[in-house]
Design a protein around this ligand. Structure first.
Ligand code: NDP
Length: 399
């Protein structure tokens, strides 16, 4: 019997729990715990209404190491899936190490007081996880996650050497609100308003926020303005794809989104340091999160599609080639299946797939802390097609 403990019951958490429940042959017992148990109950109700059986709901404060250890000891899961926030990564990893339980997350550790993410502190767990015989799977969402697997798959089957990678993240969905973010507003706005960064010829090049814009043509969507951001998978792919000369990450934003974000930034609403408002201490970006629509509630009203993929240039058998490997996800289809919009869906499905490959032994043979491109991409790619995120390849070889 394989018990799994999921921490976090937001937009992404709702999808993960539904997909776990759709795969009962692997996950026979599902525990969903979060800060607010009512959110867990409402996900459990939806799972029941879809005839996917029962899950157990509980509470945990994942900032508190003792509480996480206690809940792990209570249910003895084989794996903890962390879909709370990046702030909790290290505490949950520490609890997994102490209880010898596998660990998985979808986002790189960030300290609440510094809008900066890097893998250093999570990679530092590698030797201790290895010694304890457990896996720590880092960034098993879409980007990071599927994009890392796409790169590994392209490297294994399509290239002798890869020169450049552009990761392209296009959300052409429309939720009808003047302004909203499609995943946790605090995490999203910290990421987008930060300096950009890309890697070329052996060094990192820093840009001002949204300084570089390119127009890319996305299959089934069309041309979209796409802005260069720093994204966490760049750090691990630079290490793990040998011979890489350049890697960048682009995300689409509408002018409307950028205008709103700039305005909020200019008036100080994206601030992450405490300010005193009429005698009350508040953190501006957290207050803004309270005002903005909860991303989970965008689900029913978002129409359109996402297209996320990797545009790769390199060579095979001495011939130059380009390859675009991508997935298209429809917001309304995701809503019909699991009451979510496509951003939560494209993150939650890969989290479940990573969990499945650990639990069924496919990816748990080498204990340690891994990014997804370090493991065999083939079983993950096969599961994407089965679990609702089919991928496609456009390949062009230059003679
Ligand atoms: P939400 O804010 O919607 O949900 C977060 C959930 O975690 C909420 O249920 C929240 O509880 C809970 N939580 C927060 N702090 C704690 C805590 N200390 N203890 C227990 N539970 C806690 O976020 P999303 O679902 O949008 O995002 C979840 C994660 O997915 C984030 O880390 C995000 O960065 C990542 N992500 C990854 C992507 C990828 O492709 N790799 C893409 C999109 C998101 P409460 O309701 O009480 O606040």
């Amino acid at each position: 019997m394989s018990c799994v403990l999921q921490i976090g019951a937001g937009g992404v958490g709702g999808v993960v729990a539904h997909k776990l429940a759709q795969n009962r042959d692997t996950f026979s017992q599902i525990i969903l715990a979060s800060r607010n148990i009512d959110k867990c109950y409402s996900i459990a109700k939806s799972i029941r209404e879809k005839n996917l059986g029962e899950i157990i709901c509980d509470t945990v404060d994942a900032d508190n190491l003792d509480e996480i250890i206690k809940i792990i000891e209570k249910y003895k899961p084989k794996l903890v899936i962390n879909v709370a926030l990046p702030y909790q990564d290290l505490t949950i990893m520490e609890a997994c190490l102490k209880t010898k339980t596998h660990y998985l997350d979808t986002a790189n550790y960030e300290h609440p007081d510094t809008a900066k993410f890097e893998y250093k502190e999570q990679w530092a767990y590698h030797d201790r996880f290895k010694e304890a015989g457990i896996i720590g799977l880092l960034g098993s969402g879409f980007d990071p996650g599927v994009t890392n697997v796409f790169c590994a798959y392209a490297q294994k089957h399509y290239f002798d050497s890869i020169r450049t990678i552009d990761i392209l993240d296009c959300n052409a969905g429309d939720h009808g609100y003047p302004f909203a973010t499609n995943f946790n507003p605090e995490i999203n706005l910290r990421e987008v308003s930060a300096n950009g960064r890309y890697w070329e010829n052996g060094k990192w090049i820093e840009t001002k926020p949204l300084e570089i814009m390119q127009t890319w043509a996305y299959p089934e969507i069309g041309e979209k303005d796409s802005y260069l951001l720093y994204h966490e998978e760049l750090e691990s792919l630079v290490k793990n794809i040998p011979g890489l000369q350049r890697i960048r990450f682009f995300m689409t934003f509408s002018q409307n989104y950028i205008t709103h974000m700039k305005c909020l930034e200019n008036v100080g609403m994206l601030g992450i340091k405490e300010v005193v408002h009429e005698g009350q201490k508040i953190i501006p970006i957290q207050f803004l999160k309270t005002l903005l629509p909860d991303p989970a509630t965008l689900a029913g009203r978002t129409i359109g599609k996402t297209n996320i993929g990797c545009y790769i240039i390199g060579s095979q058998n001495s011939k130059d080639k380009t390859l675009y490997i991508y997935n298209i996800c429809d917001h309304q289809e995701a809503y019909k299946e699991v009451n979510a919009q496509a951003i939560s869906y494209t993150t939650g499905v890969p989290a479940m797939i990573g969990a499945k490959l650990i639990i069924n032994g496919t990816w748990s043979k080498s204990p340690g802390v891994w990014n997804l491109e370090q493991l065999d991409p083939d079983p993950f790619m096969a599961e994407l097609n089965i679990q609702g995120l089919p991928w496609q390849i456009i390949e062009k070889t230059n003679d």
